[in-house]
Write a protein that binds this ligand. Structure first.
Ligand SMILES: [Zn+2]
Ligand SMILES: [Zn+2]
Length: 399
């Protein structure tokens, strides 16, 4: 279970980063060795037209309107993949048509790990002007300001956080941390959301191992709600809500899936999805990726890889999931960094559908007992991995 902390000084590993630009200015961050260059001429990607936000007058929440996203590429469908239970599993021969593989439009050369600004963004640093509102008093429009990036975990077309070598997962953590630090430092960024949609079951249109990052110019509703709950708890009880949640998870053995020195891994007390699992930083003050120590970074990589291994063994196929990292918004000292997973399954071949009640009211109905699903994940017994020698590298900019 818990990987013992060695307490010894860890060797420092450096990971080079170079910033390139596609014609038209979309940035490409290449991590590790630079093995090629981008063409200096070529099709410039134009800003998507009609990108904007509209306020829903009845809930006071924003909706991002991004019609150009419908044109984004999709991995070509495979015969019988739509209803096969292993539909999320890739076949290597799909490779050549994948836009994320080396030689594709995003990266014409071989790479270790990379991040690029999304060709089909929902949010942009310099968005087009929004259309006029119908009734600006109750329902204004706004530009869709923010950032949308794509994180490539590896150049290998087939794989996942479960099958990458520990050192590769450590590198993914280093890349996330680097982008997170950079985005939180931007004056117009109020929230950074690192996430991954894995599998067609959650709408992933490309199967190459990758995730995404959105940076928002405002706190999205669920994040704002969490921030308010933390502040209210502090005001009423003079302690940290995040610390209380960690203590509750630690005290409830039947909800725990795994744990290590730095992170709890548990089905939450009130999960909305049957196999929802949260990986939460234990230490008060570890609110963002950039707050983690070297040992904590390594423990995060270990916890994430272990959890995805468990998911994939649970029903004997790669379980689709949504994964999001919740990092502390500005001035939220009580926030504990968490990586939260939402697989859509409620059984080996049954999907939970977000149906009428959930969609209309926000009240989720969970058809499973959290303690039972946690036991199922505990009993998957993934093979032991030795993380003692793994070091999450520090990123350094190379000109
Ligand atoms: Zn690929
Ligand atoms: Zn705390």
């Amino acid at each position: 279970m818990a990987a013992p902390s060695t307490g010894t000084r860890r060797p420092i590993r450096l990971l080079d980063r170079r910033v390139l630009e596609h014609p038209g200015g979309r940035r490409l961050y290449v991590y590790g060795e630079l093995r090629g260059q981008l063409p200096t001429d070529g099709a410039r990607s134009e800003p998507p037209p009609q990108l904007h936000r509209r306020l829903d007058p009845l809930t006071g929440t924003w909706v991002a309107v991004s019609p150009a996203r419908n044109a984004r590429p999709q991995t070509p469908p495979r015969p019988g993949s739509a209803d096969a239970p292993d539909g999320a599993v890739d076949t290597p021969d799909e490779g050549p048509s994948c836009p994320l593989c080396p030689g594709g439009p995003e990266l014409p050369f071989s790479y270790e790990a990379a991040v690029f600004e999304n060709r089909f963004p929902s949010l942009m640093a310099h968005p087009p002007a929004p259309p006029a509102a119908e009734d600006a008093l109750i329902a204004p429009t706004a530009p869709s300001s923010g950032r949308c990036e794509v994180v490539l975990y590896t150049e290998q077309h087939v794989g996942s956080l479960a099958t990458l070598a520990p050192a590769q997962v450590a590198e993914v953590v280093a890349v996330w941390t680097d982008r997170s630090n950079d985005l939180w430092a931007q004056a117009d960024v109020a929230d950074v959301l690192i996430f991954e949609n894995r599998g067609e079951g959650v709408g992933a249109t490309l199967s190459h191992p990758h995730g995404q990052i959105y940076a928002f110019d405002h706190l999205p509703p669920q994040i704002a709600l969490r921030a308010r709950r933390h502040r209210e708890h502090r005001a009423r009880h003079d302690d940290c809500l995040g610390c209380r949640v960690v203590a509750a998870d630690d005290g409830a053995a039947e909800r725990q899936v795994a744990a290590n020195d730095s992170f709890t891994v548990a089905v939450p007390f009130a999960p909305r999805w049957p196999y929802e699992v949260h990986v939460r930083a234990r230490r008060h003050g570890a609110g963002r990726l950039g707050d983690l120590t070297g040992d904590e970074q390594r423990d995060l990589a270990a916890a994430l890889r272990d959890l995805v291994l468990r998911y994939d063994r649970l029903f004997d196929h790669d379980l689709p999931y949504m994964m999001v990292a919740h990092e502390a918004p500005h001035e939220q000292p009580d926030w504990h960094l968490s990586f939260e997973f939402f697989p859509p399954h409620r059984g080996p071949d049954k999907l939970k559908v977000r149906a009428s009640v959930e969609t209309a009211t926000g009240l989720f109905i969970n058809d499973t007992l959290p303690e039972t699903t946690a036991a199922g994940l505990r009993e998957t017994h993934p093979p032991h991995t030795d993380w003692r020698e793994v070091v999450v590298p520090s990123v350094r900019q190379v000109d």
